[in-house]
Design a protein around this ligand. Sequence first.
Ligand code: MN
Length: 204
Amino acid sequence: METTKFYSLPKLPYEYKDLEPYISEEQLKIHHSKHHQAYVNGANAILEKLDKARKEDTTLDIRATLKELSFNIGGHLLHSLFWGNLAPTGKGGGKPGGVFGEMVEKEFGSFERFKKEFTQAAIGVEGSGWAALTFCKQTNRPIIMQIEKHNTNIYPMFRILMVLDVFEHAYYLDYKNERAKFIDAFWNIVNWGEVNKRLEGLLK
Ligand code: MN
């Protein structure tokens, strides 16, 4: 079989109910199966549109098309990273150990300081977006990135160690408009093992 040239929705590494009470089954299910799926479909639709326009040699509104593609691919990739850096309730949270824990202490002075800065970045996203912790290979520093929508303020080439979705669709059913409460809850289910694994992969 030919390998696919389109995106697909990844399976979650846990069940929809596993992040309760921090993220409810209903909230996680709609987030993954509807919202994430919509970005996958959106990106694929644009790829198909590009294929068709090339085949028929028609002209596209390239600015609008690529802007939409960037939004949808960003949405798909960021959600894929997000699911992976969450852990079932009882298996995540606490303080990070390993190389990541050491790196955080060195860069931020303490885990508490990192948590404070990352929380501020997440709370302060204007409109919809993400807080992300990235790693810059040129400086060997972890650097916080505040993403607007799925694709603005990105540092090209920086690898993402962890992300937190602060679109309202991520928390509205559980926390209504209270983004800060959702961010507090996130710290209980962040998967430090996965964050360490991502960092170790970059340091090799
Ligand atoms: Mn989302």
